[in-house]
Design a protein around this ligand. Structure first.
Ligand SMILES: [Zn+2]
Ligand SMILES: [Zn+2]
Length: 112
């Protein structure tokens, strides 16, 4: 695994410590700060889920969308908006990202 740095503070992130979001890797403390700063209605929470099909633990919006698409080829977000890979997701507006995330996460189970 290559060395990864937090895209906000530049700190090295050890495996399993960081969170990958739509823009790159981020350390947990920056992720918390950012989620507080982000506007409430487009904020995508960092949540942890378990896949009901293969048991994988997924966390963060990218991993959740990506894993959803592994099992179900397409995620229908809204009329005329369909996701087939992560680049589709990355190009969405924040409100559609949130909508996509909410749809995808229904597929998973909460870990707690
Ligand atoms: Zn950081
Ligand atoms: Zn799975």
């Amino acid at each position: 695994m290559p060395e990864i740095r937090c895209r906000v503070c530049g700190r090295f992130i050890r495996e399993g410590e960081g969170v990958e979001d739509s823009d790159g890797y981020i350390c947990r403390s920056c992720a918390e700060k950012l989620s507080k700063k982000a506007t409430k209605n487009t904020r995508i929470p960092f949540e942890e889920f378990r896949c009901p099909k293969c048991g994988a633990i997924v966390m963060g919006d990218l991993a959740i969308i990506d894993h959803y698409l592994e099992h179900r080829e397409v995620l229908k977000v809204a009329k005329g908006v369909e996701l087939r890979d992560l680049s589709d997701y990355r190009s969405l507006d924040p409100d559609l990202k949130l909508k996509a995330y909410k749809k995808a996460k229904r597929f998973f189970r909460r870990t707690s």
